[in-house]
Design a protein around this ligand. Structure first.
Ligand code: DGJ
Length: 545
């Protein structure tokens, strides 16, 4: 489409708008996209902030059309608004060049019926380091699609990042997928984002030892990488900064002991960037890459080395401009630590995989403390909504129900920095934690029986939202929360005006109980239900002493 000459003459900036016109008449700004904001990035869908209340399906749960009929209605009943589902390369291109999207189309149709969105997980060249999801015709032809090699020269079940034919074939398949999604879904936008590959990285000691890799590793570090890291000097992780020697020449001189892992990160970043770029040419949805994180004692190669691990994120950010953000899969107990490692400038927090048993409380932390755009327990289809009255609701279902009641308020509060979150477990290193908001300190500890002092819950968490001055919505369970004026703000005295347990009916909040007396320890604290996620509205007062 060409801009009329007089429009360009009179309003040269109009060119910018025209440049943003892409995808067969769809304005890029009308597609789901991530709006920048320092620590408050937001996913916009049809122009409105959208919080993903998600869950990722098991690896073998989306391989047939019929599975959608059974799974998606259950997901909607769990109050998810988005399901993360694998799309396997072997499934969509069983014969080279012949693409089949019938199964995906059915999932999109059923998701629409259930008012659900989808995030597609492109299981292409790599899934958890390995190449199981590549089609047979790729796996069988090791000459055309070379494998990474071990230190002993053994070809692994991992396609090499140096396979130019592999990159070409994966990019073509991904591009066909995105073209298909554009045609089917551009108007409705059921599909929100795409994850490119899955937990990539090299498994085994050292690095890929194929002849191409050795040749490259013996040469100088490419200029683009050196320049990219130098330009990002202030955002290098301490671990990378400690190794980076900008005056060095070959890999070992520049990156010391980290050379193998940075080398692999560079290769994976280049590869995944090209695949994403090919897809975005057809349909530029937000695209992200997920990372398998190491446990505390693991060495690179025991976890996939060269994935977008937080130590080497700057390598990806320098080499992969087509990737919108990086997302940690968090199965380890140090949930808050790993989230914080991804809170780097411009990177929205999105947790595509989280461990199910601590998910309800970690979700509250993610949305409240890290202003996450989404959170997704892994294996969500293993949960079932209650079969009938009296059957208990899974805790993550309760969290998502509470968040769906707050879906107008929460993104606005996140954007304004008016949310907080915390999580506590019986084995947490600290017995209490506090957060400050709007001149008040909220100090939380796990609830205990007043008579015996024993814990009433082993896990607790809360999401705190300031709805207006002196008024807060608190979603959570298991905690006792004391609230007082923040001495850093002023020396006023303060107290609880009211605590109400609330739920939502349309636009109105309905009060189901007003908590006082024994339930508020005589007006001194919020005592949450130890087992069930509830929403409380708390009003505080303060004044001169
Ligand atoms: C992380 C992977 O990304 C998932 O696909 C799955 O394999 C889980 N690990 C573990 O079940």
């Amino acid at each position: 489409m060409r801009a009329p000459a007089n429009l360009i003459r009179n309003r040269p900036w109009a060119l910018l708008g025209l440049a943003a016109l892409s995808v067969a008449g769809t304005h890029a700004a009308d597609l789901p996209h991530v709006r920048a904001g320092d620590g408050a990035e937001q996913l916009l869908v049809h122009g409105q902030p959208f919080l993903i209340r998600g869950g990722e399906l098991g690896n073998s749960s989306a391989g047939t059309a019929a599975q959608a009929d059974a799974i998606l209605p259950a997901m909607a009943r769990l109050h998810l608004n988005t399901v993360l589902m694998p799309v396997a390369w072997e499934q969509v291109e069983p014969k080279e060049g012949a693409f089949e999207f019938g199964i995906l189309d059915h999932w999109i149709d059923i998701a629409r019926q259930q008012q659900l969105h989808l995030v597609l997980l492109w299981f292409g060249t790599w899934k958890n380091a390995f190449s199981e999801y590549a089609p047979d015709w790729v796996k069988a032809d090791m000459k055309r699609f070379p494998r990474a090699q071990s230190a002993h020269g053994v070809p692994l079940e991992i396609l090499s990042t140096f396979g130019t034919e592999t990159l070409r074939a994966d990019s073509r398949a991904f591009r066909s997928l995105m073209a298909h999604v554009r045609e089917k879904d551009r108007e409705r936008q059921t599909v929100l984002m795409v994850q490119v590959e899955n937990e990539m990285g090299y498994l085994g000691p050292g690095r890929d030892r194929s002849p191409e890799a050795d040749r490259e590793f013996d040469g100088p570090v490419p200029r683009e990488l050196m320049a990219g890291l130098a330009a990002r000097r202030t955002e290098l992780s301490p671990e990378l900064a400690a190794h980076f020697n900008p005056r060095g020449g070959v890999w070992r001189e520049v990156f010391g002991e980290a050379a193998n892992e940075v080398f692999m990160a560079w290769r994976y970043a280049l590869f995944v960037n090209s695949v994403a770029e090919a897809g975005k040419k057809e349909y530029p949805l937000p695209m992200y890459v997920n990372a398998q994180l190491p446990s505390s004692m693991e060495r690179p190669g025991e976890y996939p080395s060269g994935g977008p691990h937080p130590y080497y994120l700057a390598v990806y950010r320098a080499m992969a401009p087509a990737i919108d953000f990086y997302a940690p899969d968090i199965y380890w107990p140090e949930f808050e630590y790993w989230v914080k490692r991804y809170q780097v400038h411009g990177n929205p927090i999105f947790i595509p995989e989280a461990k199910m048993d601590s998910a309800p409380w970690n979700a509250l932390y993610a949305y409240g403390a890290a202003r996450a755009i989404g959170f997704c327990p892994f294996g969500i289809d293993s949960l079932r909504p209650p079969a009938g009255p009296g059957d208990s609701e899974p805790a993550i279902m309760q969290v998502y129900a509470a968040l769906s009641n707050l879906e107008d308020m929460l993104p606005v509060a996140q954007n304004a920095g008016r949310t907080r979150g915390l999580v506590l477990h019986a084995n947490s290193p600290r017995a209490s934690q506090s957060v400050a908001l709007d001149g008040y300190v909220f100090e939380a500890s796990l609830s205990r029986a007043w008579s015996t002092g024993s814990l009433l819950a082993h896990d607790g968490g809360m999401l705190l939202i300031e709805s207006r001055p002196d008024e807060f919505f608190v979603v959570g369970s298991g905690l006792t929360v004391k609230m007082s004026r923040d001495p850093d703000t002023d020396a006023q005295m303060s107290g609880i005006a009211s605590i109400e347990e609330v739920s939502r009916a349309g636009a109105e909040w309905v009060v189901s109980a007003r908590l006082n007396g024994d339930q508020s320890n005589q007006g001194r604290q919020l005592t949450m239900d130890p087992r069930n996620i509830r929403t409380y509205r708390v009003r505080l007062y303060s004044g001169p002493q």
